[in-house]
Write a protein that binds this ligand. Structure first.
Ligand code: LLP
Length: 463
């Protein structure tokens, strides 16, 4: 690794340009446990370690860019969710955040269920041995072929997302001579405080059936009439990366009042409610996420209270955290390739990945943290923008962050909290090769999703 001195952009004490950042942290070598996974520490020699492995060895063995997933942390988070909700509730991990066969096995071993939203996720789940009855199948436009596979496999429930799907699933179940357990996804009309693209409970959007105007009640009426369906519950998912639990409470209240309406109209008490996922995590030290036990207690209290008021038995509650389980468990490791200081502005630090391994900054204006991890440094903080190697200027990984001013080509930097929606939304833009996911535990790394190769690209290109 070559280390060359270079002129830096703005330093501590300079007047800084406009941006999303606060003051530079007092210690650039510190690793905030809110944003780094449980086993990450900086060793006395300055090198950061995860699961007992130092990042320079990980980079040598597995290359960069790569996602390193702290398996112990992942398992601990599964247990925290499962224990917080207890035996009367179910936790479904949302596979869209990140799914692989190893992850499915860990979920199974830790007693979680799994929410899938495509044929591909369903295949991965079944292939890795998740019992079908512990799988829920989601999606606003499942194909008849996907529905048929899910019904034939015997998934625990299918979440019906539209009037067309009520009929579609019923017909397929009839044809297969079975009765499919289903929930109906409703939009409760809550404005969740999150990015527009990941808010899902207001009515003007593609998901679910609106409570407003009696649409959801009509969907229930139709579903109850069909022999192929066993309607077991109501589902609500209000959005993603949400910190304020008020939205979940309003959703819980509205879902329980629908249960009461159903009881009054049909004499049926549906036994389940699913309140979806969406709990926010800390991407930077400014974020303050809730712990699973606080969320569980809050939801349990509100459902119990509302059911008592309506004279209903308390239904079985389920939740579907994706990001809150896997998000904090991984970081992306990059090597610094070029450094471009802009006097009075900022220093552009180009890494060997970019928007192909983390599209979230470009897509949602997401904020991330970053740290120099292959050594410590006592240099002044320098305002940096971490960018990728793709052919567009929106290719930003971390918009505004402080890195030490002696940062050099060949240094390794890591972006924490990239376990959710980074590998799962990775692309081949510019024919980039999607990075591997390496599970690290007890001093060893194990590839769970291998790095793509140029042969993989050529194999798909059959022209
Ligand atoms: N359940 C349902 C029905 C969902 O649609 C989702 C996420 C979840 C659970 C899990 O939500 P989580 O706990 O992970 O927030 N790509 C975006 C997030 C899209 C979320 C889509 N649905 C991002 O990178 O922020």
């Amino acid at each position: 690794m070559s280390r060359s001195a270079h002129p830096a952009g703005p330093r501590h004490g300079d007047v800084l340009p406009e941006g999303h950042y606060s003051a530079p942290p007092s210690d650039l070598n510190a690793l905030d446990p809110k944003v780094w996974s449980r086993t990450v520490t900086r060793a006395p020699d300055g090198v950061v370690t995860v699961g007992g492995m130092d990042v320079t060895r990980l980079a040598e063995e597995f290359g960069t860019p790569a996602y390193f997933l702290d398996e112990e942390d992942f398992r601990a988070r599964c247990r925290a969710w499962r224990d917080a909700f207890g035996a009367d509730a179910d936790v479904f991990y949302a596979g869209k955040a990140f799914l692989s066969r190893a992850v499915v096995r860990w979920l199974h071993e830790e007693g979680l269920n799994l929410d899938v939203c495509s044929g591909g996720e369903l295949t991965t789940a079944l292939d890795a041995g998740m019992p079908a009855e512990r799988i829920a199948f989601h999606g606003n436009n499942k194909t008849p072929e996907e529905i048929e596979r899910a019904v034939a496999a015997g998934v625990g429930h299918i979440v019906l997302d539209s009037f067309q799907e009520i009929v579609r699933v019923a017909h397929i179940a009839d044809r297969l001579g079975t009765r499919q357990r289903v929930q109906i996804r409703v939009t409760v009309g809550v404005e969740a405080h999150t990015h527009e693209f990941i808010a899902t409970a207001h009515e003007d959007q593609k998901f679910g059936i609106a409570l407003a105007g009696g649409e959801a009640a009509e969907a229930v009426r139709r579903a109850l009439k069909l022999d192929g369906l066993e309607l077991v519950g109501i589902h609500s998912h209000i959005g993603s990366q949400i910190f304020d639990t008020a939205g979940f409470e309003v959703a819980a209240r509205r879902v329980v009042s629908l249960l009461a309406e159903i009881r009054d109209e049909h004499g049926v008490e549906l036994p389940e409610i699913d309140l979806g996922g969406g709990l926010g995590i800390a991407y930077t030290s400014a974020d303050d996420p809730r712990e699973p036990h606080e969320i569980a207690q809050g939801l349990h209290d509100i459902v119990t209270r509302e059911c008592a008021a309506a004279g209903l038995a308390v239904p079985r509650i389920s939740v579907e955290p994706g990001r809150a389980i896997v998000g904090p468990t991984a970081f992306t490791l990059y090597e610094v390739g070029t450094i471009k200081p802009l006097e009075g502005l900022r220093t552009y630090v180009s890494v060997d990945g970019g928007m192909s391994d983390n599209i979230r900054t470009a897509l949602y204006d997401a904020e991330y943290s970053v740290a120099l991890v292959s050594r410590s440094s006592d240099a002044e903080p320098m305002l940096a923008r971490v960018v990728g190697k793709h052919c567009e200027s929106g290719d930003i990984v971390v918009r505004d962050a402080f890195l030490p001013a002696d940062l050099a080509v060949g240094d390794l930097i890591a972006v924490p909290a990239t376990g959710a929606y980074c590998r799962s939304m990775a692309s081949n833009y510019n024919h980039a090769l999607r990075p591997p996911v390496v599970a690290v535990r007890e001093g060893a790394g194990r590839v769970i999703v291998r790095r793509e190769t140029e042969e993989d690209l050529l194999r798909l290109d059959v022209g």
